[in-house]
Design a protein around this ligand. Structure first.
Ligand SMILES: [Zn+2]
Length: 175
């Protein structure tokens, strides 16, 4: 039984379908999307490809409680404005599968999705990995002592202050 799921956003799914990558990925893993993604594929050629590969795509809608949890986290890290309803479903699906003990990789080139994935500990990659050189991670910066710390912490680990601002930090190179 396969243990790995690739959860894709709309543009990555189209890119997969248009290349040989899709066939390669589904030979060793599942490709999964929430139903919302289907509605975003509108052009004729992509719809045709989608219909011909549909049997091999897992369409799974994440439970409402997980969607609400993801929305809450997006609010907390200040990225809710950058993220669409469909993006939330994609991240919620990845989180749900991860909770079910599957290995999950989100395929996306969208920085807002990538940032939220890093906060939630979800792995992500790009169908065109060479295009992305850096990952931006959202951190908290203490307004009192200047310490930069993880968004999961409620207060500064150095001085204990709860007075912080959110910053984007360039953290690592993917390729
Ligand atoms: Zn501090």
């Amino acid at each position: 039984m396969k243990k790995l799921y690739y959860v894709t956003d709309t543009s990555s799914l189209i890119r997969l379908l248009r290349s040989n990558e899709f066939t390669r990925l589904v030979s060793t893993a599942y490709v999964a999307i929430p139903e919302d993604v289907l509605g975003e594929i509108k052009d004729k050629e992509s719809r045709f490809l989608l219909e011909s590969f549909l049997e091999r795509i897992s369409i799974i809608n994440p439970p409402t409680n997980i969607i609400n949890f993801i929305i809450k986290r997006a609010h907390e890290i200040g990225s809710i404005a950058e993220i669409s309803k469909v993006d939330i479903s994609i991240i919620a699906l990845a989180y749900y599968l991860k909770e079910k003990k599957y290995d999950v990789i989100v395929l996306t080139e969208d920085f807002a999705i990538q940032n939220l994935c890093s906060v939630l500990g979800i792995a992500f990659s790009s169908v065109r990995p060479r295009k992305i050189k850096w990952v931006f991670k959202i951190k908290k910066k203490c307004n009192v002592c200047g310490e930069v710390f993880d968004v999961l912490l409620d207060e500064c680990p150095i001085c204990g202050s709860k007075n912080y601002k959110l910053i984007k930090k360039r953290t690592r190179k993917i390729s």
